[in-house]
Ligand binder design. Structure first.
Ligand code: G6P
Length: 489
């Protein structure tokens, strides 16, 4: 008999991934992040439903019939769905990453894009199939009246589909990205089935509770519901917005995921981080007067929304307009490749390297490399950079939250000035003690870098302390259990 679960989480990427060795053996690698720590706080019986992302995952899913070996997952029950590769590719690369991600991050900014054609229709059908596979699995795994927390833009249709299959469940949906403004969101195709924008909204409204990282994204979502669906929005006695559509109510929650302070403080003091700090310090080097050079640090997955290239241009402008910084500062940029199946991501990754090389060729000297770019993901080295940063540059053109902005102040050794985009979700919580910028404005970003680099040490330390306490206000475990309580309540 199948064990039925009281708490279910569904997300595209699960808490573990597999690679296949040459001898056919499987190696499991556990991931981190808010959901992993959040779910660990759940007492009792829970399951995580996710998709097999690559060949290793597929092999693991096949060998286990989808119910992964708890030895690989730290004891967590995980059901991994083996979705046909072509359906998965259409749903993930096609709709989720090339359409919904672009719309929510407002990345279509050329006269040629987007252009929805026949490929779109096929991809959309796959996205429906992919969401239905999740809805089927969740319907099978859930105990009577269980709470189901569906994550993100990959799974916008799943809440509605699950409600049809299992009206007894309490269903939540959480968006980890921004939500697009109505005027932008409605660029999604009018076909099939009465419009993609409306289908996405209806899918999410299939949940009892739809939650967001900030009030701004929640407001954008409700605005879309009103303008594109004709839904009604009211405010409940306890102050939450409620969307009513076709006779059903969906509560709107806001839960601003914070940094995991305890974990970060402990992890960032381990010997492997100390080692990497020593080697980074060597790469950064000393100014002609013998003092250590200042470090402007950024750490990102190379996503188009992270704005790494404009960040490099701003740094170049700083060197150009304020020659006093030449030889006295290093831009330590960690840009870890992501979604390399997509040409536009590969091109962007190449552009980051090209611009960094250009700055080094133009300004570098025999003993000074202005930009130190690393692209190989190394968590310990990221923490080392956080600890020694004088300035952290977080300038996304749009970002659901941005945890780097929250993590740096928590682990910083001597205080770090934060240059923060006003378009990051974290802006809502950190604006007061950050130096805030319009991410498109390269000149203003260069000025902000100068201000950050010249901030008095006392002020910098005080601001960092306040930033750290704001950043850890809602640790992942509370973030998760708050949602669960609200859903069950
Ligand atoms: C970012 C977003 C998340 C999203 C994730 C997916 O981190 O903030 O909302 O779920 O990307 O990344 P992936 O590598 O799985 O495409």
């Amino acid at each position: 008999m199948v064990t039925r679960h009281q708490v279910l989480v569904a997300s595209n990427r699960g808490p573990v991934s597999y690679s296949v060795g040459e001898d056919g053996s499987l190696t499991a690698k556990r991931g981190g992040g808010g959901l992993v720590s959040g779910l660990s706080a759940v007492k009792g019986d829970a399951v995580w439903v996710c998709a097999a992302l690559g060949d290793g995952d597929r092999e693991a899913a096949r060998r286990t019939g989808g119910a992964l070996d708890p030895a690989d997952t730290g004891g967590q029950a995980v059901r991994m769905l083996d979705i046909p590769p072509s359906v998965f590719a259409d749903a993930y690369n096609g709709i989720a990453n090339s359409v919904l991600w672009f719309v929510h991050h407002m990345l279509y900014q050329t006269p040629l894009e987007p252009a929805f054609d026949t490929a779109f229709e096929r991809q959309w059908r796959s996205y429906e199939t992919y969401n239905a596979a999740f809805a089927d699995a969740l319907a099978e795994e859930a105990a009577e009246g269980a709470a189901v927390l569906v994550q993100d833009y990959h799974l916008t249709l799943a809440p509605g589909m699950l409600r049809e299959r299992r009206p007894d469940l309490r269903i939540g949906h959480f968006s980890h990205t921004p939500w697009a403004p109505a005027d932008y969101f409605r660029m999604l195709p009018d076909d099939p089935d009465g419009g993609v924008a409306a289908q996405v909204l209806r899918g999410v409204l299939g949940a009892d509770r739809a939650a967001f990282l900030t009030q701004r994204w929640a407001n954008a979502f409700t605005e879309c519901c009103v303008r594109l669906l004709g839904a009604e929005v009211t405010v409940s006695d306890d102050g939450e917005m409620v969307v009513t559509h076709e006779g059903r109510e969906t509560r709107i929650g806001v839960h601003g995921l914070g940094a995991d302070g305890d974990f970060l403080r402990e992890r960032s003091r381990r010997p492997d981080v100390d080692e990497r700090m020593a080697s980074l310090r060597e790469q950064i080097g000393r100014a002609p007067d013998g003092t250590p050079r200042k470090a402007v640090v950024r750490v990102d997955r190379t996503e188009l929304s992270k704005n790494i290239v404009r960040g490099l241009h701003a740094y170049r402008r700083l060197l150009d307009e304020r020659p006093e910084w030449r030889g006295r500062v290093v831009h330590v940029a960690f840009a870890y490749p992501s979604r390399q199946d997509l040409a536009v991501y590969r091109d962007y990754t190449a552009e980051v390297s090209r611009v960094a090389d250009g700055i080094n060729a133009e300004y570098g000297t025999a003993d000074w490399t202005p930009v130190v770019l690393h692209v190989k993901d190394d968590f310990a080295r990221s923490l080392a950079a956080y600890r020694l940063a004088d300035v952290a540059l977080v300038n996304p053109i749009r970002d659901g939250m941005n945890l780097v902005a929250k993590e740096v102040p928590v682990v910083s050794d001597d205080g770090c000035a934060l240059v923060l985009s006003r378009e990051a979700g974290a802006f809502a919580e950190l604006a007061e003690d950050a130096i805030t910028v319009n991410p498109y404005d390269i000149g203003a970003t260069a000025d902000a870098l100068h201000r950050a680099l010249t901030m008095d040490a006392g002020e910098r330390a005080e601001r960092t302390e306040r930033l750290a306490s704001a950043a850890t206000a809602l640790p992942p475990t509370t973030w998760f259990t708050d949602q669960l309580d609200a859903l069950r309540g």
